[in-house]
Design a protein around this ligand. Structure first.
Ligand code: C2E
Ligand code: MG
Ligand code: MG
Ligand code: MG
Length: 285
């Protein structure tokens, strides 16, 4: 009986795996088509400097406008693109869009700001990334210190010793580097000190957890760590006034979240850059 059951289980498991593989294959094909037919779009979410009340940076976030399924979140298709290798092409498209948008914003004579671009583990691990970035900087004429690459903690801490070289290469191009989703992986503090990084981005799960003593303790620890390593610290996923208040009080440098502003179209960016958030930051005092 056990043997028969085992076999049944195995078959069931296989069918489920099969269905998932078919689903993934379908998404892979649709994504390839979508990339070639202009179905991807970028939105930008501002990061507010607590000291000045201004939006000083914008995170580029990709969206897939699927003709039948509507807007698909990157949380759904980035993992597929990552496993099929399509993320390389997608990442290059993101950079070219960022370049195009920067030229448009600069033509309006806006105050200077940084654009933050997400780089997933496979993009970081490919050998061509720094060459691509060098080419991008040369052809786009965008000052490299206006760009910040958001790398995940997992990507840079896996094989940390050899990643130092890679990070130094990117840094030598003049780019800023941030560690995204910080606190969810296993950072070695000694590497954190040796890596040429500029920013720690506290994972939004800790912000969501601020109501609990543990959540607050982790935020306090990351802010303190950033200050002692002389890094910029940013909190993302801020959805309430209470969360904002806590992070302002703790002297977190930058804040990002729906409570302050949702991701917007490139055309809406100019208005955000001249907006003064001082009053909003002080509210709830
Ligand atoms: P991430 O880099 O950690 O980006 C933050 C995510 O939190 C974004 O989700 C953003 O829209 C969302 N968010 C912002 N404020 C709030 C808030 O107050 N509450 C909550 N609950 N969420 C908030 P999004 O745009 O769906 O992106 C999800 C993930 O997909 C990103 O996480 C990033 O890892 C990846 N991703 C997005 N765009 C790109 C891209 O161009 N390239 C690569 N490689 N990955 C990308
Ligand atoms: Mg990010
Ligand atoms: Mg993040
Ligand atoms: Mg994330």
């Amino acid at each position: 009986v056990a043997k028969a059951e085992g076999r049944a289980c195995f078959r069931f498991y296989n069918e489920e795996m099969n269905a998932r593989a078919v689903e993934q294959l379908k998404m892979e094909e649709e994504l390839r088509y979508g990339m070639q037919h202009g179905q991807l779009e970028l939105r930008y979410q501002p990061q507010i400097d607590v000291a000045t009340g201004k939006a000083v940076s914008l995170e580029a976030l990709v969206r897939w406008k699927h003709p039948l399924r509507g807007m698909i979140s990157p949380a759904e298709f980035i993992p597929v693109a990552e496993s099929t290798g399509q993320i390389i092409e997608l990442g290059e498209w993101v950079m070219s869009e960022v370049g195009r948008h920067c030229i448009y914003w600069d033509s309006l004579g806006l105050p200077l700001f940084r654009v933050c671009v997400n780089i997933s583990p496979l993009q970081f691990n490919q050998t061509g990334l720094s060459n691509f970035m060098r080419g991008f900087i040369e052809s786009s004429k965008i000052a490299p210190n206006r760009l910040e690459l958001e790398l995940t903690e997992g990507a840079i801490m896996t094989d940390a010793e050899s990643n130092i070289v890679k990070l130094l290469e990117l840094k030598s191009l003049g780019l800023d580097l941030a560690v995204d989703d910080f606190g969810t992986g296993y950072s070695s503090l000694s590497y954190l000190k040796r890596f040429p990084i500029d920013t720690l981005k506290i994972d939004q799960s800790f912000v969501a957890d601020l109501g609990s003593p543990d959540g607050a303790a982790i935020i306090d620890a990351i802010v303190a760590l950033s200050k002692s390593l002389n890094l910029r610290v940013i909190a993302e996923g801020i959805e309430t006034q209470e969360q904002m208040r806590y992070l302002v009080d703790k002297k977190c440098d930058l804040l990002q979240g729906y409570y302050l502003c949702t991701p917007v179209y490139p055309e809406e960016v100019p208005a955000l850059l001249v907006k003064d958030y001082t009053e909003q930051l002080a509210s709830g005092c």
